[in-house]
Design a protein around this ligand. Structure first.
Ligand code: GDP
Ligand code: MG
Length: 398
């Protein structure tokens, strides 16, 4: 028999969730900083509260235990904490996809531009890279070298042309030569810099990108908040690439998957306690994750997979999905059956009613005089002239 999740039957497992979730949301990076500032607890509390709200009253279909159902609820909440559905690159209505890479210096913009180029090339697209970082000659060389490795052409005009102009000409070339995608690498900023930000905005105006991706180093600390906010306000980002999610960078500092939660919170809108409010800045999704220095080390970001990796209970989740799916199918079939029989009854009844009336009208018309048939209004004027022979009145008050 079906049951429900109640305050009673989720009490114990919720206690367990509180225990498990705590280390999961507070591993390192900005999150650790926040923990040190003693604000991680509200984050955990809020998550637990959301789980509780979502769980209470939920139906537990037959064959499942309340615990199993609760696991599924936790999974759904984790998934939504991480951005919900997978966010793809924006598809242009016409012309090439134009992807503008933005971010601070050293976060991995140029590397991510190359990786993305390879990723799209493997999908069969004709890709052009555009080098607009004119502030460091080495930056152009770096992109040209990467382009050579992955066999993607790089458009560059040296360091003497303004970035928006390089971008404009690059896009022109891409349109003329029917490229499918243009990836514009931009200059690094050591920190938020008004002049460079203005230039980035100008480049954006010129190329009208389909995607503006903020490249964020997974090790970014608390300053991530201001960073995301500033870039989002300046250029209205469509998403982020989270780089260095592998363990090799920064002298082997182990970056765990759990750390990603930091960024989900940066990009999600799940936090409302004071330090987190400032992180509640963009609500933009993470679109890709960089996991190494190689050009192949880029993956689309799947909130679902991340949620089940963190939760580590994928088997329970799929068990619940199967059980609920089976019940739903069963109930849908039952409902359809009920509706069908109901419908037949109505139809039969209506049909016989129509037939009965038709028979009456036929009889009435047959019993009318020739004059009455040609001028039926005569019948209305004089009730006595009703075709009583048919046993029915023409006003149809049967
Ligand atoms: P930019 O200044 O934003 O263009 O950053 P770069 O693309 O030049 O990257 C800076 C450094 O980070 C380089 O040494 C890259 O090899 C390295 N890097 C970039 N992405 C990743 C990544 O996902 N994992 C690791 N381990 N290193 C990365
Ligand atoms: Mg660069």
């Amino acid at each position: 028999k079906d049951g429900k999740l109640s305050a009673d039957n989720i009490k114990e497992p919720m206690r367990e969730i509180r225990r498990v979730v705590h280390p999961a949301v507070a591993p390192c990076g900005a999150l650790r900083a926040l923990l040190e500032a003693d604000v991680s607890l509200p984050v955990v509390r809020r998550f637990v509260k959301k789980v509780e709200d979502a769980a209470l009253g939920e139906r537990v279909v037959k064959g499942l235990s309340p615990d199993q159902k609760l696991t599924k609820v936790v999974y759904e909440e984790l998934k939504s904490l991480m951005g919900g559905e997978q966010a793809e690159l924006v598809q242009p209505k016409y012309g090439p996809s134009v992807i503008l890479m933005a971010g601070l210096q050293g976060t991995g913009k140029t590397t991510a531009a190359g990786k993305l180029a390879l990723y799209l090339k493997k999908k069969g697209l004709k890709v052009l890279l555009v080098a607009t970082d004119v502030y460091r000659p080495a930056a152009i060389d770096q992109l040209v070298t990467l382009g050579g490795k992955i066999e993607v052409p790089v458009f560059e005009l040296g360091t003497q042309v303004a970035p928006p102009e390089i971008a404009r000409q690059g896009l022109e070339k891409a349109k003329a030569e029917e490229y499918d995608a243009v990836i514009v690498d931009t200059a690094g900023r050591l920190q938020i810099d008004d002049r460079l930000m203005a230039e980035l905005r100008e480049t954006k105006e010129v190329v009208q990108p389909t995607d503006t991706l903020l490249v964020v180093d997974a090790m970014t600390g608390q300053e991530a908040a201001g960073l995301v906010k500033a870039f989002n306000e300046a250029v209205d980002i469509t998403g982020a690439v989270l780089t260095k999610m592998d363990g090799d960078s920064r002298g082997g500092a182990a970056l765990s998957i759990k750390e990603a939660i930091l960024c989900f919170n940066v990009f999600g809108d799940d936090c409302s306690s004071p330090p987190w409010r400032c992180l509640q800045v963009s609500g933009r999704p993470i679109k890709f994750v960089g996991t190494g220095e190689k050009m192949e080390a880029l993956e689309p970001f799947f909130p679902e997979r991340m949620a089940s990796r963190i939760l580590g209970m994928g088997d329970v989740v799929s068990l619940v999905e199967k059980a609920e799916g089976a019940i739903q199918a069963e109930e849908a079939a039952e409902l359809t059956k009920k509706m069908m029989t109901g419908m037949n009854k109505v139809e039969d009844k209506q049909l016989s009613e129509v037939e009965r009336r038709y028979g009456q009208y036929e009889a009435m018309i047959q019993s009318m005089t020739k004059q009455e048939r040609e001028q039926p209004e005569l019948l209305a004027k004089s009730p006595s002239r009703r075709a009583l022979g048919s046993g029915a009145s023409l006003r149809g008050d049967s």
